[in-house]
Design a protein around this ligand. Structure first.
Ligand code: B12
Ligand code: SF4
Length: 529
């Protein structure tokens, strides 16, 4: 066994920053660290582990919906003869260690909540063959009983961690390389559907920590100069932009971008709440590279927002959207049209809201059903009401009205390609916007690009209106109570219309994306003539 080696098995559609922070800490301490993307499949993971024969394997269970794939993988690895210490971390692992042990009996330990300090202590004990059961923030089984050691205080200064480890960075668009990063961890709000507060609120220490702006920019500069990276996607749940609390942070961040000569050279995207959008501050950020904002809009009625404990109003949602449109900053948003207490009226009111904010095609429509993630208020309330169904990782609920379950089943099936696939309209429209944003940021806004931008907006506006009108028709049909899912010609016709519209819109958007790409290829020629 290689006693200096540790391997993380993690979902890495994008860089898994949690793992990469721990990688940096462990390699600074002299460990030989590896990451295996768990999507390569269990037999290749087994082969890799047989080759590396590490002291420990760390499984990153940050998404509930991967639980059973991890379960199968761990059993397969043990059956394949892997003897390493198995540990796990992430949201599910931290919040429900007991359930994780019953699902993954071959686990030796769980590292709860923030992992950097704990994994280092665990590795040091394992390497020196010392007792590790006294380490803080660990769970293990002792004679079949769960032991949770006291939780350690969250690191108050995130800048004491080394920058996360980076391997080969990927292209964003038009040859520009991107990286994900974080400026802070946690959130001061406590929305009923979100598990961030449960995750960062349980251990002692502040629920929200923000890095020093100069250190964030230093990391960006390092990525720009050493990895040729010019697009930055901040993963903070709530980027520090609240005007009353964070103005000095944003000003220092922008100043630092100037001092390090990054203005005009790097563009960045972040996530925040609509009530945090301020025209002056966002104008300043746009001048310093902000090109896109993901807004947690979530709902278009005041009752819905109050039920979610969003501490937001519809008017604030609309104001945030309008400011971003005025500043011509691209936008994306989260929206939960279906919720445990949805009524046909609330769905129709929300559709009217979506039409109001998306009818102009500035952004594409997409929506979800609120899922009861563990340890959220929604999960607890549904459990108490006896409405929770499904197994851990895939918890679900029925609506109050049975016909709404049919409506949701029909909608999620018919729009599955549209909303959820990489080649669906929603994703393509986002990439259309990204391509245009990258082009505009680096090469300007010539007439040809303006025309493509307008074409995209018109196409998205048409497809948005199609969604709204189809949804209004469907809610009417299902609300009437006489709409059966089986042998229903009207529904069949709607399904065909959705497929046709989807296919046409996809073609239109793909064509625009490829024309932006061609434009980039012929850019020098265009400038020349
Ligand atoms: C980036 C991100 C993504 C990226 C994925 C990045 C990747 N790895 O490829 C993308 C955009 C693809 C994504 C998708 C989704 N995401 Co997401 N995502 C995030 C986000 C915003 C940031 C993750 C991050 O970098 N955190 C910062 C690092 C430092 O923290 P960390 O990951 O928690 O890691 C620390 C600890 O957990 C621990 N740890 C973690 N793993 C391990 C492993 C070991 C061995 C140890 C010792 C410790 C340890 O130590 C780390 C360092 O301190 C989180 C929110 C959040 N704040 O975490 C949501 C979050 C993880 N996502 C979430 C969800 C729901 C989704 C989606 C289902 C959304 C959707 N509706 O489609 C999909 C699912 C993806 C899939 N295909 O299955 C939820 C998960 C809820 C849950 N309980 O399952 C979160 C928590 C957001 C939320 N509040 O709802 N996501
Ligand atoms: S939804 Fe956003 S604002 Fe609400 S608690 Fe989660 S991260 Fe914070």
């Amino acid at each position: 066994m290689n006693r200096d080696s540790v391997v993380f098995v993690a979902f890495e559609q994008r860089e898994n920053l949690g793992i990469r922070y721990m990688y940096a800490i462990l390699s600074e301490a002299g460990y030989d660290v590896h990451i295996i993307d768990f999507r390569i499949g269990k037999s290749d993971i087994l082969k890799e582990l047989q080759k590396l024969d590490p002291l420990a394997v760390g499984f990153s269970v940050i998404f509930e919906n991967h639980l059973y794939e991890f379960q199968e993988l761990m059993e397969y690895l043990r059956d394949g003869g892997i003897q390493s210490h198995f540990t796990a971390g992430g949201h599910f692992a931290s919040l429900r260690p007991g359930e994780l042990f019953s699902l993954f009996p071959s686990l030796d330990s769980i590292v709860r909540f923030e992992g950097e300090h704990t994994i280092l202590e665990l590795m040091d004990c394992l390497q020196k063959q010392e007792e590790w059961s006294g380490i803080q923030s660990i769970s293990f089984l002792k004679e079949g009983e769960l032991v949770n050691t006291p939780l350690r205080t969250l690191e108050s200064d995130l800048d004491t961690f080394p920058f996360p480890f980076r391997s080969e960075l990927k292209e964003f668009a038009l040859g520009k390389i991107y990286a994900t990063l974080i400026a802070g961890r946690g959130c001061v709000y406590n929305c009923t559907f979100c598990d961030i507060r449960a995750f960062y609120g349980q251990p002692p220490g502040p629920v929200k920590r923000i890095r020093k702006p100069e250190m964030v920019v230093k990391e960006m500069e390092h990525l720009y100069r050493e990895h040729d990276c010019s697009v930055f996607l901040f993963q903070d749940d709530d980027f520090p932009v609240a005007v009353n609390r964070n103005r000095p942070w944003i000003e220092a961040f922008c100043r630092s971008l100037e001092e390090r000569d990054l203005v005009g050279k790097v563009m960045w995207k972040m996530n925040c709440r609509p009530d945090e959008v301020d025209s002056e501050l966002f104008g300043l950020m746009k001048q310093h590279g902000l090109f896109k904002v993901y807004l947690g809009i979530e709902n278009g009625t005041d009752e819905g927002l109050a039920r979610m404990n969003k501490r937001l109003t519809v008017a604030e949602n609309i104001r945030g959207v309008e400011i971003l449109k005025d500043l011509e900053i691209a936008m994306d948003y989260g929206f939960m049209l279906f919720q445990p207490d949805s009524t046909y009226k609330s769905i129709n009111d929300n559709l009217a809201f979506l039409e109001q904010v998306c009818g102009d095609g500035y952004m594409q429509i997409s929506f979800l059903k609120m899922m009861p993630y563990l340890e959220t208020k929604v999960e607890k309330e549904l459990r108490l009401a006896g409405r929770l169904k499904g197994r851990p990782g895939f918890l679900d609920y029925d609506f109050h009205e049975g016909s709404m379950d049919d409506l949701y089943a029909f909608v999620s099936d018919c729009f599955a390609n549209w909303f959820n696939t990489s080649q669906g309209v929603t994703n393509l429209a986002k990439w259309g916007v990204n391509y245009l944003a990258v082009y505009t940021f680096f090469y300007g806004f010539p007439e040809g690009i303006q025309n493509l931008s307008e074409e995209l907006r018109i196409l998205v506006a048409e497809s948005n209106r199609f969604i709204i009108h189809t949804m209004q028709r469907l809610t009417g049909l299902f609300e009437s109570g006489n709409c059966s899912l089986k042998n229903n010609r009207e529904l069949d016709a709607i399904r065909v219309a959705i497929e046709e519209k989807h296919s046409d819109t996809c073609k239109g958007i793909s064509d625009i994306i490829s024309r932006v790409g061609l434009y980039e290829l012929t850019r020098d020629l265009i400038n020349w003539t």
